[in-house]
Design a binder for this molecule. Structure first.
Ligand SMILES: Nc1nc2c(c(=O)[nH]1)N[C@H]1C(S)=C(S)[C@@H](COP(=O)(O)O)O[C@H]1N2
Ligand SMILES: [Mo]
Length: 253
């Protein structure tokens, strides 16, 4: 067993034991010591959120892969959660076939930039056949195609002090990932699904695809990405709209 594994085992065993035996407060203390506290740890489910996030980060050290499937396993019926945005700005882009759509990336980057769909297609194109699970209980397997978010972020030069990557959409959703999940090889800016351009209600023209978290982290209809070193000045400061609606910021599976 490697030294790293031993250390990991120690921390996770420690977290679990502390949670079981001596009370959740000790587990939270250990997580804090190792800098594994998610932003919404203060709520009713706070200690539970901390344990899940900390255990995932320690066990997977950021880059373990979500399971991938064969084409034959792609779901025949694909549910859609909600309709595409009605706001004028989105409707105008849709009417123009998204030719004028651009994804802005700013914040703690060396070269703030905007990317059209064609620009994103110039990055190496990757695909994944993964499972997407909604917190409401339904799920499906689909093939997603896109650019790795890591490739796009590297092209704009993420600054060393960066900790979070925030995403904003045309229907006013917002969420964030930590740097390990943002740079994860299965985190895509996805422009294709099951061999087609991204279908309208699945997030056209480009959505986020986060393979290792529940569906609600995979934001559709992206408009802007901002890299930050704090969550404080964005929304209610909890990293996402989800905690306010009763769902945790970290939705790892
Ligand atoms: N912009 C935006 N992104 C979103 C949503 C949304 O309503 N708006 N719904 C989320 C939820 S709850 C889920 S489960 C998935 C659903 O993706 P699908 O419609 O492609 O199945 O998208 C997520 N991303
Ligand atoms: Mo969902």
């Amino acid at each position: 067993m490697s030294v790293l594994l031993t250390r990991r085992k120690l921390i996770t065993t420690g977290l679990a034991a502390a949670a079981g035996a001596s009370g959740l407060g000790v587990a939270a203390y250990l997580a804090k010591r190792y800098n594994l506290i998610p932003p919404d740890h203060g709520g009713i489910y706070g200690v539970g959120e901390t344990l899940t996030y900390a255990a995932h980060r320690v066990l997977t050290s950021g880059h373990s892969l979500a399971r991938e499937f064969d084409r034959s396993q792609i779901s025949k019926v694909i549910p859609v959660n909600g309709k595409h945005p009605e706001v004028d700005a989105y409707q105008r882009l849709l009417a123009g076939g998204f030719a004028d759509w651009k994804l802005t990336i700013d914040g703690l980057v060396d070269r703030p930039s905007s990317f059209s769909v064609a620009d994103l297609k110039r990055f190496p194109s990757h695909s994944q056949i993964t499972h997407q699970a909604c917190e409401e209980g339904w799920s499906f397997i689909a093939e997603w195609r896109g650019a790795r978010l890591s490739d796009v972020l590297h092209s704009v030069g993420v600054q060393p002090q960066a900790k979070w990557v925030f995403f904003f959409t045309f229907d006013k959703w917002w969420d964030s990932l930590d740097i390990p999940d943002a740079l994860h090889p299965q985190t895509f800016l996805a422009y294709g699904m099951n061999g087609q351009e991204m279908p309208l209600d699945h997030g056209a023209p480009v959505r986020l695809k986060v393979a290792r978290q529940l569906g609600y982290k995979s934001l559709k209809y992206l408009s802007r990405i901002t890299v930050t070193d704090t969550m404080k000045n964005i929304g209610d400061g909890l990293g996402s709209g989800s905690p306010g609606a009763g769902y945790s910021w970290y939705a790892g599976i």
